[in-house]
Design a protein around this ligand. Structure first.
Ligand code: SF4
Length: 142
């Protein structure tokens, strides 16, 4: 089985600040599944590093108050294409991210406050039938 995984969780330095969110235990899943790393923000054309961004009223706004939604939407569509081509039914995506978060995301104030909501990529994958897990709960399903 092939599983889409947020690239930063696998140790790739694609976070906005050029670091990663490596999860050692997640790496061991590669013994049982084919993991497909994706970073929708980079795939959408954003650089490393880049300004942090959060979702406000359905738009993705960065710290300079620029609307960067188009980059996020392009990245999401590319990830969906990969998921469909590889018949991925599960994705393990980084929690709380404006791209990869599922269930909770930051509230748009850049103050680390969480609200209910989904990132742009998670929402698109979910609408297309992909089960979204994150680095905290994937053990329960896999
Ligand atoms: S877009 Fe997703 S994969 Fe890329 S750095 Fe952010 S959380 Fe990680």
């Amino acid at each position: 089985m092939k599983i889409i995984v947020s690239s930063c969780l696998l140790g790739n330095n694609c976070k906005y600040d050029g670091t990663n969110n490596k999860q050692e235990d997640l790496l061991s899943l590669s013994k049982r599944y084919e993991l497909i790393p994706v970073c929708p923000e980079v795939m959408g054309g954003l650089s490393i590093p880049r300004l942090p961004a959060e979702i406000i009223n359905g738009k993705v706004i960065n710290l300079a108050n620029e609307d960067v939604s188009a980059f996020y939407q392009l990245g999401a569509s590319k990830v969906l294409q990969i998921a469909l081509e590889n018949e991925c039914q599960i994705a393990i995506l980084k929690s709380n991210s404006p791209s990869c978060g599922y269930g909770t995301i930051y509230d748009g104030t850049f103050c680390h406050h969480l609200i209910n909501g989904n990132g742009i990529t998670s929402e698109l994958l979910f609408k297309n039938g992909v089960v979204i897990l994150n680095e905290k709960n994937y053990h329960e399903k896999l």
